[in-house]
Each structure stands twice: as structure tokens, then as C-alpha cells.
Design a protein around this ligand. Structure first.
Ligand SMILES: *Cc1c(COP(=O)(O)O)cnc(C)c1O
Length: 393
């Protein structure tokens, strides 16, 4: 770990791999699969964990370490590991720490692929799960079993923007000696630092706001040293390592994370406020709108509402399709957290195979539109949404 004595914005810019004898200013790309040793003794000592030299890029790499060191500093964690995608981060956080006979207590409103891992794969290896409702935090403690090993939650959730009190979950986890694992993808460490509220692990899809420009996939897990050690042991042998190229891109991205998120958050709030009360909409959801059901919790644990705004079209599924077709500026694409604004309609795409009831269980209604607010001028983003709403009837 390098110097971590500065403010987060400064650490995001200044934490850097040691300069080589070429005296470069910007970190070079270390596109190498393996690393050399001067002699057999140095190689022996490194394999025996007596040095911290790099061996092989599946284990560690200077670009990946720089990215991890920044994520550790920004989240206020002790250690971390970077992975090839957000899903490999979430998966490794389960597989590194859970064993057959353990029980995972997860929020029901979680990312679609995470839901698949929890319900289709974990049971294959004898790991049980149950889902709790994020809107009923009082019911969670009663769901803890003697074999509950981990609580997993995503707040705000994708795509429903449900929010849960992390301080409360942290207290429950501490009381029962359970690992609290938080997917902090939507808030980023700029707006929410779960470890300061009692989380033991934070997982990220770096593909989203951290990259911020829709270029590369990546993921990260940061948290308590002893937990990361077990996750690292799992990853080192199973191979979900982040590529050095992606790490180089993502570390550069972190240099601008704070200024980008500030703008994403300002524009998203402005759009949410402008849309509230629109005659074509039955609801607008944004963490920092007072009408959000968990507004008080959002204000307590987040310093900004993030870059995602959701709204509900009065006309349901058919209106959602018309709305997407009428957009001229916003992109129709599966990603989020890009400099380009993106619109998506879960009921006709990602969640099309589910029944209305199954969708309702994860906070998705037929007319739900998710906007990932980009870095274009907010007037242009809003104008495109408003004209498309006129065509959505
Ligand atoms: C996208 C996403 C993931 C998965 O990340 P990938 O990088 O696509 O593998 C996990 N959690 C949340 C909340 C996400 O939005």
C-alpha cells in the first residue's frame, strides 16, 4: 500500500506504481504475463512468500495493484483484489468465503446475474440462500439462521433504486458475527462508503461508473484483510484476474471519478426534479428526491444520489417500447455509468422472460424506464427525454 495520507480525490489521482528508471510521469502498461528473478534464491524466496515480488499476472501485476490500491484507499478498506468483471468479483466473494452447509442471506433486489449465481449455482455446491425484502429491514434479523455466514446487499439496487440502511445492517452483522458484503456499484465510493458503516466487504463492477466511458470490463473486491486473503487464494488458483490493460484504463478512469460523479449526480437530480409531476409518468424515482421511500436513509448514508434516474410510464410495456423508439440522443444499450446517457426498459429486455409478479418482486414494473445520466449538457438530455415522453402515449 502506497501513501494514503491525502483526501480521496487526491489518492484517486496520485496513488501510483513506483516510477521505473525511465522516469515516466504516467504509469506505463505492464503487459507481461510473468516476471523475472535475478537468481534461483530470489525465485525460491518469492514462491515461499518471503518477498512481495510479482510472479505471474494471474496473481498480481503492477497495473492491477495500482488500481486495487486506489480502490482500497477510496473505500477505506484494508486490502483488495481486482477481477475481470463485476460478476467475477461477486462470485469470488461468495466462493472464497462460503462452503457447503452455509447460508447466504441476500436482498431480493439484486443484479440479474447475481440472482442467477445465488439461485442456480450456489445451491449446486450445497450453499443455501434466502431473500429478504429491502423495504422491510425490521424482518431481516429473524431470517438469520445458525449457519448464516454472509449478508449480501446492493444499495441503491439495480434497477429499482431500492435503498437499505447500511448502518443497521452493519449492526445486525456485527451482533451475529456475519460478513456484510455490499455491492457498491451504483453509489461508487464517491457517494457512499459502506465500510465506514459496518460492511466487511465491498464489491464493484468497475465496468460501470468507475470506467465511466463504456470501454472495458472489470471488478473489484475490497475489505477486511483476512477475508480478502481467502478470496485471493481462491482467485489465484481459479483465474478471474483483471487484465493489466484494463487495469491501466481503469486506474486512469479513477483519476476523474470524483469530478465525473459530481456532474452525473447534479444532472441526474436536475432531471429527476424536472420529470416529477410529468403527466405521462405515474412516478419518478431518485435517491435524493424527497418522494423516494427511503429518502431519509439515502440522505443519511449517501453524499449524492448517483447518476441513475428511474420513472414509470403510465402506459406500461407498450409505452416503454414507444419511448425507446422515440429517443434521438440517448443510447439504447445494456450498459450504464457511461459519459453517454443511456435509456433502458427492463420489462421488454433484461427482465422480459419474467412474469409481472416475478418482476414486481425485484422492483420492476411494466413501464419502468432506467436512465443512466451521462455527461452531455443536461438541457439536451432532458429535452430528448421530454420529446420521447410525448411520443410514448
Ligand atoms: C453490472 C453490474 C454487475 C456486474 O458487473 P459486470 O462488470 O457486468 O460483470 C454487478 N452488480 C451491479 C449492481 C451491476 O450493475
Amino acid at each position: 500500500m502506497q501513501d494514503n495520507q491525502y483526501q480521496p480525490e487526491t489518492n484517486a489521482v496520485r496513488i501510483q506504481t513506483a516510477r521505473t528508471d525511465q522516469m515516466e510521469h504516467s504509469t506505463p502498461m505492464f503487459l507481461t504475463s510473468s516476471f523475472c528473478f535475478d537468481d534461483a534464491e530470489e525465485m525460491r524466496a518469492t514462491f515461499a512468500d518471503e518477498t512481495d515480488f510479482n510472479i505471474y499476472s494471474r496473481f498480481s501485476n503492477p497495473n492491477v495493484d495500482e488500481f486495487v490500491n486506489k480502490m482500497v484507499a477510496l473505500e477505506g478498506a484494508e486490502a483488495g483484489y481486482a477481477t475481470s468483471s463485476g460478476m467475477s468479483a461477486v462470485f469470488a466473494s461468495f466462493m472464497g468465503l462460503l462452503r457447503a452447509g452455509d447460508h447466504l442471506l441476500s436482498a431480493r433486489s439484486i443484479f440479474g446475474s447475481t440472482h442467477t449465481v445465488v439461485t442456480k449455482f450456489l445451491p449446486k455446491w450445497g450453499i443455501e440462500y434466502s431473500y429478504f425484502d429491502m423495504n422491510d429491514p425490521a424482518g431481516i434479523e429473524a431470517m438469520i439462521k445458525p449457519n448464516t455466514k454472509m449478508i449480501f446487499v446492493e444499495t441503491p439496487s439495480n434497477p429499482g433504486l431500492e435503498i437499505i440502511d447500511l448502518e443497521l445492517l452493519g449492526k445486525i452483522a456485527a451482533k451475529h458475527n456475519i460478513i456484510l458484503n455490499v455491492d457498491n456499484c451504483f453509489a461508487t465510493p464517491v457517494f457512499q462508503r459502506p465500510i465506514t458503516l459496518g460492511a466487511h466487504l465491498v464489491t464493484h463492477s468497475a465496468t460501470k461508473w468507475i470506467d465511466g466511458q463504456g470501454r472495458v470490463l472489470g471488478g473489484a473486491i475490497v475489505g477486511k484483510k483476512e477475508l480478502i486473503k481467502d478470496i485471493y487464494t481462491f482467485c489465484r488458483s481459479t483465474g478471474p484476474a483483471m487484465s493489466p490493460f484494463n487495469a491501466w484504463v481503469l486506474s486512469k478512469s479513477l483519476e476523474t471519478l470524483y469530478v465525473r460523479m459530481e456532474r452525473h449526480g447534479q444532472s441526474a437530480l436536475a432531471i429527476a426534479e424536472a420529470l416529477e409531476g410529468n403527466p405521462h409518468l405515474s412516478a419518478v424515482k431518485y435517491p435524493f428526491l424527497p418522494s423516494h421511500p427511503q429518502y431519509a436513509i439515502a440522505k443519511k448514508q449517501m453524499t449524492g444520489g448517483g447518476g441513475i434516474v428511474c420513472f414509470e410510464l403510465k402506459g406500461g410495456i407498450a409505452s416503454g417500447v414507444k419511448f425507446l423508439n422515440a429517443l434521438k440522443l440517448l443510447s439504447l444499450t445494456a450498459n450504464l455509468g457511461d459519459s453517454r446517457s443511456i435509456a433502458s426498459h427492463p420489462a421488454s429486455t433484461t427482465h422480459a422472460k419474467l412474469t409481472d409478479e416475478e418482476r414486481a418482486n425485484v422492483g420492476i414494473t411494466p413501464g419502468l424506464i432506467r436512465i443512466s445520466v451521462g455527461l452531455e449538457n443536461v438541457k439536451d438530455i432532458l429535452a430528448d427525454i421530454l420529446q420521447a415522453l410525448e411520443s410514448s402515449k
